[in-house]
Ligand binder design. Structure first.
Ligand SMILES: [Mg+2]
Length: 362
C-alpha cells in the first residue's frame, strides 16, 4: 500500500526502537505519546469507471492513508481522499504537504487528547481541514483501541446495526441513466442520486424526467448538480420538473446563490459542497438556505468536527447524511471492527429503508 512515505527525519529518530514492537495495552500516559507518523499514497481504481461528475471524469483517485504509531506500539489509521482537485478546494498533493507541515508538531502528543491535537495542528497550519481529518480519524482509532471501545460507541453508540446506502449515477445519457436507475432499484437500492450539470440544461431535464419515471414506491431521488447550475438554471429545472419528486442537491456554487433560490424552486434543497464547516452550517440554518445536508467527514475536518455538525443538525431536526467524497473507506478499526455510521445520525433522520448494498457516494 505504501507507495510513498513522508516522515520527517526527526520523526524517524523518534520511531527508532519502536518499529517492530507489537501493539499492547496503553498503560502509562506517555505510552500514548505519538512516536511516529507514516503517510502513504494509495491509488484507487474507480469500479465501473470512469465516473463523471459535472465536467470532470475519474477513473482513479489518489488517496492518502495516515498511520499514527504510539510509543506503546498502538497504530491508528486515518484516510483522506479528495475527489480530484476540483470537486472541493482539496487535492491529494495538498493533503500530503499539509501532513508533512503538521507532523513534527504532533510527535510526542498524547493521542488520547484529540481536542488538544487539533490545537497543535491549528498552531502549525491554518485551514486544510481535509488533511487534518486524516489525523483526527487516526486519533479516534487510537482512542478506541486504548479504551477497548469501538469508535462508534465513543461517538455516542450505534443507533442502527445496518446503514442504508444509495447509488450515485454519474452524468450520462438520459436513457442510460434511466436504465441504470431501474437496474439498481431491482437490486434493492431505495435511494438514488443522479448527477447532472456540465452539459446542456435540456439534457439534464430529460435525464431527471426519465429517471424519475423509473422510481418505484418508496424510492427517493436526489438530483446533484455539484455546483454547476446557475440560479436561473435551478429555477428553470425546478419549474419544468415540477411533477417529479426529488431533492435538489447542491445546485449552485455557493451559499449566496443557494439562498437566492429560496421561494423560487419547488424542490427541497440539500447542501453538500457548501457545508465546509460549522460556520457554514450555522449560516445555512439561520438563513433557511436548505432543508437538509449531505455531509462529508473529511471535508469538515474529521470525526470530531462531524460530531458537532451532526448534533447541530439533530437539534434543528434537519435531515443529514454522512459519507465522504471517496477513499478506501478504511475505517477507524478499534475493537469490534469498524466505525458504524449509524452512530453519526439518529434513525429518524436517516434515509428511510435499510439497504444491504453499497453505493458510490459524493
Ligand atoms: Mg453531492
Amino acid at each position: 500500500m505504501a507507495e510513498t512515505r513522508a516522515v520527517p527525519s526527526h520523526q524517524a529518530r523518534e520511531s527508532s526502537g519502536h518499529e517492530g514492537r507489537r501493539p499492547g495495552p496503553a498503560g502509562r500516559s506517555d505510552d500514548m505519546g505519538i512516536a511516529e507518523i507514516r503517510v502513504h499514497r494509495r491509488e484507487l481504481a474507480v469500479v465501473d469507471g470512469p465516473y463523471r461528475v459535472g465536467a470532470n471524469s475519474f477513473d482513479h483517485l489518489d488517496s492518502t492513508v495516515v498511520e499514527l504509531i504510539t510509543r506503546s506500539g498502538l497504530i491508528g489509521y486515518g484516510e483522506t481522499c479528495p475527489l480530484g482537485p476540483t470537486y472541493q478546494p482539496h487535492h491529494a498533493l495538498g493533503a500530503r504537504a499539509a501532513l508533512a507541515e503538521m507532523a513534527p508538531a504532533l510527535i510526542g502528543h498524547d493521542a488520547r487528547f484529540i481536542g488538544l491535537a487539533h490545537r497543535v495542528m491549528d498552531d502549525a497550519l491554518t485551514g486544510h481541514a481535509y488533511a487534518k481529518a486524516a489525523i483526527d480519524i487516526a486519533l479516534w482509532d487510537l482512542l478506541g483501541k486504548a479504551c477497548g471501545m469501538r469508535v462508534c460507541d465513543l461517538l455516542g453508540g450505534t443507533a442502527v446495526q445496518r446503514v442504508p446506502s444509495y447509488w450515485a449515477l454519474g452524468v450520462c445519457e438520459p436513457d442510460e441513466a434511466a436504465r441504470v436507475a431501474a437496474e439498481k432499484q431491482a437490486l434493492g437500492f431505495k435511494r438514488l442520486q443522479v448527477k447532472v450539470g456540465g452539459r446542456a440544461l435540456e439534457e439534464d431535464i430529460e435525464a431527471i424526467r426519465k429517471v424519475s419515471r423509473t422510481l418505484q414506491p418508496g424510492v427517493r431521488l436526489a438530483v446533484d448538480a455539484n455546483r454547476t447550475w446557475t440560479v436561473a438554471d435551478a429555477i428553470t429545472v425546478s419549474r419544468l420538473c415540477a411533477d417529479d419528486v426529488f431533492v435538489m442537491e447542491q445546485p449552485c456554487d455557493n451559499l449566496q446563490e443557494t439562498l437566492a433560490l429560496r421561494g423560487q424552486v419547488r424542490h427541497p434543497i440539500y447542501l453538500d459542497e457548501s457545508i465546509e464547516d460549522l460556520r457554514a452550517l450555522d449560516w445555512a440554518i439561520a438563513h433557511g438556505a436548505a432543508q437538509g445536508f449531505g455531509l462529508k467527514v473529511t471535508r469538515v475536518g474529521g470525526l470530531s468536527a462531524f460530531r458537532t455538525i451532526r448534533d447541530t443538525c439533530d437539534a434543528f431536526h434537519l435531515p443529514h447524511t454522512c459519507d465522504d467524497a471517496w477513499g478506501g473507506h478504511r475505517p477507524p478499526a478499534a475493537p469490534g471492527g469498524r466505525l458504524d455510521r449509524g452512530a453519526l445520525y439518529p434513525p429518524a433522520l436517516r434515509p428511510p429503508e435499510p439497504d444491504p448494498n453499497r453505493g458510490r457516494v459524493n
